[in-house]
Design a binder for this molecule. Structure first.
Ligand SMILES: [Zn+2]
Length: 160
């Protein structure tokens, strides 16, 4: 477990997990003509960043303070950290934003709603044992972002 020489192993080991995440990650049901994860270059880009966040967390047991800590490698090339549509850098919130109706925290998202009115983002959940993260690319609406908070929400009452 310990030792810095097993980084490539951790890197390779991350791939099946990423594949599982990709298969198990379902975007919200489409109610408009939303772009789809897997066909959208911005979502693809964020998906690659997911692998980097996962790898960084496995090594450091926390998310990077800034995106500058993410390094490109032969195994895991780091894509440009800008939205391919707007050309503007992604917004990174290492402490994460809580979105209504979504488990986990939004840590990275489009600077503008450049994709048919929605933004792509990375939602990070914690594994059941709490020793790993589960990053997932999701579509974020302006409504969700406007009501997002950085504080853990108090226990919601039965009715809103
Ligand atoms: Zn984008």
């Amino acid at each position: 477990m310990a030792g810095g020489r097993n980084v490539p192993v951790a890197c390779l080991a991350a791939w099946p997990l990423i594949a599982v995440l990709a298969g198990g990650c379902r975007p919200p049901p489409p109610d408009t003509q939303r772009p789809k994860v897997g066909t959208d270059p911005c979502a693809e880009r964020l998906h690659d960043v997911c692998g980097h966040l996962l790898l960084y967390y496995q090594i450091h047991k926390r998310l990077p303070p800034t995106l500058k800590q993410l390094k490109s490698s032969d195994v895991l090339p780091l894509p440009p950290l800008v939205c391919p549509v707007s050309g503007k850098p992604y917004v990174y919130e290492p402490q994460g934003l809580l979105l209504r109706g979504q488990p986990g925290r939004l840590v990275l998202y489009d600077p503008e709603p450049s994709h048919s009115g929605i933004r792509w983002g990375i939602l990070v959940g914690t594994s059941a044992r709490g020793d790993s993260i589960i990053p997932c690319v999701i579509a974020v609406t302006e409504e969700q972002l406007a009501s997002a908070t950085t504080q853990p929400a108090p226990e919601p009452p039965d009715k809103q």
